[in-house]
Design a protein around this ligand. Structure first.
Ligand code: B12
Ligand code: NAG
Length: 140
């Protein structure tokens, strides 16, 4: 009787200790996002990459890591004094003011979820795990 109680309370105590550990591991471990490159002007085929995210990291961080580990993915950005990093080019294709072309940042939230247009740039946007980031070359 006594020993059953002891075992039971020991087990529940052990569980209480383990559960937060497991949650922490999940929350702070690596997460993957997809990055799709779409050129709506040249109609070049889409390219999709998978990028590593740290917990609540910014999109720019994931893009830098992808650029360091995958020689097929390259991007450049300029620094705006007010809004931070402005995505200038992806894989050699650059926005040109005179032609009104730019890289638009879109995000598909979850699988087959709606596509949103974030109201911040690559330096401020914090992707959710399983987000599909769409970098779309287009006109304004
Ligand atoms: C016009 C405009 C654009 C045009 C700029 C074209 C051009 N070269 O003139 C285009 C269509 C390219 C654009 C794009 C984007 N924009 Co914009 N844009 C504006 C707008 C309406 C006016 C800016 C302006 O002309 N100011 C007057 C001039 C004289 O000042 P300026 O300092 O020289 O303006 C420059 C900067 O504003 C810069 N710029 C414009 N947008 C953005 C966005 C970011 C993240 C950065 C770093 C710079 C930047 O381009 C302007 C011209 O060089 C503002 C809203 C507003 N009313 O201010 C939003 C605004 C600046 N944009 C915004 C956003 C979010 C974007 C996008 C990220 C949207 C998206 N999801 O794709 C993209 C940028 C993507 C990328 N490549 O990094 C936000 C920025 C908020 C923030 N804290 O990040 C604003 C404030 C609108 C909003 N939704 O609240 N934008
Ligand atoms: C490329 O991606 C865009 C945006 O997600 C989508 O609308 C389009 O159908 C895709 N094109 C191809 C050929 O898969």
């Amino acid at each position: 009787m006594m020993s059953m109680m002891t075992i039971a309370s020991f087990l529940s105590a052990a569980l209480l200790l383990l559960v937060p550990g497991i949650l922490t591991e999940k929350a702070y471990g690596p997460n993957l996002i997809e990055l799709t490159i779409v050129n709506s002007i040249s109609n070049a085929p889409n390219e999709t990459y998978s990028a590593d995210m740290v917990f609540r990291g910014i999109l720019l961080g994931a893009m830098r890591r992808l650029q360091e580990t995958n020689s097929d993915f390259k991007f450049t950005y300029t620094e705006d004094p007010n809004y931070g990093p402005f995505l200038e080019s992806v894989n050699g294709v650059a926005g040109v003011n005179a032609e009104h072309t730019y890289w638009e940042l879109l995000v598909q939230t979850g699988e087959n979820g709606p596509v949103i247009r974030p109201d911040v740039g690559i330096g401020c946007y914090i992707p959710e795990p399983n987000d599909r980031i769409i970098l779309k070359f287009t006109k304004w």
